[in-house]
Design a binder for this molecule. Structure first.
Ligand SMILES: NC(=O)c1ccc[n+]([C@@H]2O[C@H](COP(=O)([O-])OP(=O)(O)OC[C@H]3O[C@@H](n4cnc5c(N)ncnc54)[C@H](OP(=O)(O)O)[C@@H]3O)[C@@H](O)[C@H]2O)c1
Length: 256
């Protein structure tokens, strides 16, 4: 028997993958990469108009794609999105918890509701979505949580809410990897993006961008497709023995 070419293990043919925050930026790039690798993709975010455009673009290129307006801070929305994936494509194998919001505020002045709003999306939203996914996922499935280098290395501006939410996401990654590894054969990993050119980056102040770029050993901003490639790898059989891990995709920001 001839072994399949090694590259085949990186493909996602026949898989059904839910990507949150896929109306723009990294989430959209991840959905496109998954579709190009052969997966059916199910897009979730709040802006239905952008999701419709993204789904039309993926379908026009021959990909299978569906979308559903979803606010990940609402557990019921997360249940509906996971159920919709199964309804449309018969199964669900992958989840990319990418929905996220940025924040920056001095610690003495950050309002409780502002702090809570960031945790609600970046950390709690990822957990609600993972719970919904975990209830219906196929054995052998995979979750990739999109954290940030800010989870492990301060960016030089005050970001208590964002840093806490992303560090919390790493704890969630490890705990679910431990809970579901043997019981459900679901792998759970995280990526740590550095600086990527998206709406979130455009909203950052110039000091933050300059500090991050100054610490980036490759001396350039990342392209969304470069983050998507790492996520695709972690979802694929090429990563079949990797769980509970964090993979920095940061041009060298966090190297020791
Ligand atoms: N860009 C970077 O340099 C960078 C660096 C490190 C980490 N990250 C992380 O990468 C992820 C994607 O960010 P991005 O840079 O691509 O920024 P972005 O273009 O602003 O994308 C954020 C996405 O999250 C969605 N979202 C926000 N709140 C949501 C909610 N309550 N429910 C569902 N979806 C929600 C947004 O869609 P709707 O508004 O349509 O809901 C949007 O699609 C985030 O988790 C971010 O923290 C980005």
């Amino acid at each position: 028997v001839t072994a399949p070419p090694r590259a085949d293990k990186f493909r996602l043919d026949g898989r059904v993958i839910v990507v949150t925050g896929s109306s723009s930026g990294l989430g959209l790039a991840i959905a496109v990469a998954c579709a190009q690798a052969g997966a059916a993709t199910v897009l979730g975010a709040r802006r239905a108009d952008l999701l419709a455009k993204a789904a039309a673009m993926i379908s026009a290129e021959g990909g299978q794609c569906a979308y559903r307006s979803t606010d990940v801070t609402r557990p019921a929305d997360c249940d509906v999105l996971a159920a919709y994936a199964v309804e449309r494509f018969g199964r669900v194998d992958g989840l990319v918890n990418n929905a996220g919001v940025g924040s920056a505020a001095p610690g003495t002045r950050e309002a409780p509701e502002a702090f809570r709003a960031v945790i609600e999306v970046n950390l709690m939203g990822a957990y609600w979505m993972a719970q919904s996914f975990g209830r219906s996922a196929t054995s052998g499935g995979a979750i990739v949580n999109v954290a940030s280098v800010t989870a492990v290395a301060p960016g030089g501006i005050p970001q208590a809410a964002y840093a806490s939410s992303k560090a919390g996401l790493l704890g969630l990654t490890r705990d679910l990897a431990a809970q579901w590894g043997a019981r459900k054969a679901i792998r759970v990993n995280a990526v740590l993006p550095g600086l990527f050119d998206t709406e979130m980056r455009q909203a950052m102040d110039e000091t933050e961008v300059a500090l991050r770029l100054g610490a980036t050993r490759l001396a350039r901003i990342g392209r969304p497709a470069e983050l998507a490639a790492a996520v695709q790898f972690l979802l694929s059989d090429a990563a079949s023995y990797i769980t509970g891990a964090t993979l920095a995709v940061d041009g060298g920001i966090t190297m020791h």
